[in-house]
Ligand binder design. Structure first.
Ligand SMILES: [Zn+2]
Length: 219
């Protein structure tokens, strides 16, 4: 048995497609959002990825439908890095996003993903004190269990890691495999989307795999 978790950052339009693929294969996923960067009724184009793909944020209004059946977690209101501003301001950014999720999605939101993977000792402690169950970094480790510091929860690999299946095999002995990414990295590239779907299909077809939410890794 291997428990598998995945998460996706920034609340962008390509998440619609990730969610559809996950539903198709009964895979679980957690989506880490920045509600303060999004508009109520319209999608906003934020920036250009690799000079070729306009990254577009979902509207707040459509999020409950897009993320229905999935876990949603705080990625701060405005994608604030932990080393910017005061610890108090950072905690407010993290907690305000959690409250938005609780109110909007009617679910508990104990999860957190560190914007740009930046952590500081003071903010790690402050988010633990504020009740967050985990904070995902961008550090890759061969095995995520045991979790030494839940507020510095590492993953096994990025979803486009060329050694994805090697990382999966290496992770197996600890019983958890955890990967993450940004759906916009697949742009509208058919091959990248097919590659992602193939991964999800293969994991779901494996009788040894049990999909879990990210928070289940630390619970
Ligand atoms: Zn992010």
């Amino acid at each position: 048995m291997i428990r598998v978790a995945q998460c996706w950052d920034d609340g962008v339009v390509n998440d619609v497609r990730v969610a559809e693929i996950c539903r198709k294969y009964h895979a679980k996923a957690t989506f880490n959002i920045n509600p303060g960067l999004r508009k109520a009724d319209e999608r906003v184009t934020g920036w250009r990825f690799r000079d070729m793909f306009d990254v577009c944020g979902l509207s707040l209004k459509e999020m409950p439908e897009v993320y229905k059946g999935f876990q949603v977690a705080s990625h701060t209101m405005h994608h604030m890095n932990a080393d910017k501003g005061t610890v108090e301001a950072f905690v407010k950014e993290a907690v305000d996003a959690r409250h938005f999720i609780e109110d909007t999605f009617g679910q508990e939101a104990p999860g957190f993903a560190w914007p740009c993977g930046v952590t500081t000792d003071a903010t790690v402690k402050a988010l633990a004190d504020a009740g967050f169950a985990y904070g995902r970094t961008t550090v890759n480790v061969p095995q995520v269990l045991p979790v030494a510091e839940p507020l510095r929860l590492h993953s096994n690999c990025h979803f486009l890691n060329p050694n994805f299946w090697g990382a999966y095999e290496t992770a197996k002995p600890c019983g958890v495999f955890y990967f993450w990414g940004h759906s916009y990295e697949m742009m509208d590239d058919a091959q990248l989307w097919a590659g992602y779907e193939e991964k999800i299909a293969r994991l779901s077809a494996d009788p040894e795999v049990e999909w879990i939410d990210v928070v289940d890794i630390v619970r």
